[in-house]
Ligand binder design. Structure first.
Ligand code: SF4
Ligand code: SF4
Length: 147
């Protein structure tokens, strides 16, 4: 006797649609980023610019530093091509207004990082530098237990 399989639930269908759209977005990003030689480093991410606090026409610094041209000037404000943003935070470190640009990104290990000010970016770089330093010292001087 053949066994009847259960029809998929709404949540199963939603999950499938979400996965399909994530896959499509990833493919589109790869297509756009490959020709400019930029690799994806983060699983997911988002970028937002607060139009109310942005200095816009007077500034445009973020547009100048973006390595992928994800930012551009359109009808009096900074526009974003989200598919081109690799969440590098260069724009956050350059922006003259705190929390005007907000970038959040997820590392492959599941860690989420959020940036709104140049200080946030510097703190992370400092933390990464310290971790590397400690790991190098441990490799070179394995007897040092205090680190
Ligand atoms: S996070 Fe990096 S890639 Fe994304 S808009 Fe800012 S500078 Fe460009
Ligand atoms: S750097 Fe900041 S303030 Fe300047 S244009 Fe970009 S978002 Fe606006």
């Amino acid at each position: 006797m053949s066994q009847k399989s259960e029809p998929p639930s709404d949540s199963d269908i939603y999950k499938l649609l979400l996965e399909a759209s994530k896959k499509k977005r990833k493919e589109k990003r790869a297509q756009l980023l490959r020709p400019i030689g930029i690799k994806e480093f983060f699983e997911e991410g988002s970028i937002n610019i607060d139009k109310r606090t942005c200095e816009g026409a007077e500034c445009k610094l973020c547009i100048d530093v973006c390595p992928t041209s994800a930012l551009y000037w359109k009808s009096g404000e900074v526009g974003i091509v989200e598919e081109l943003c690799v969440f590098c935070t260069a724009c956050v470190s350059t922006c003259i207004v705190d929390n005007c640009i907000r970038v959040s990104r997820k590392r492959p290990n599941g860690e989420t990082e959020k940036f709104g000010t140049p200080r946030d970016v510097l703190l992370l770089l400092g933390a990464i530098g310290s971790k590397r330093r400690i790991s190098m010292i441990k490799t070179r001087f394995p007897m040092m237990e205090t680190l």
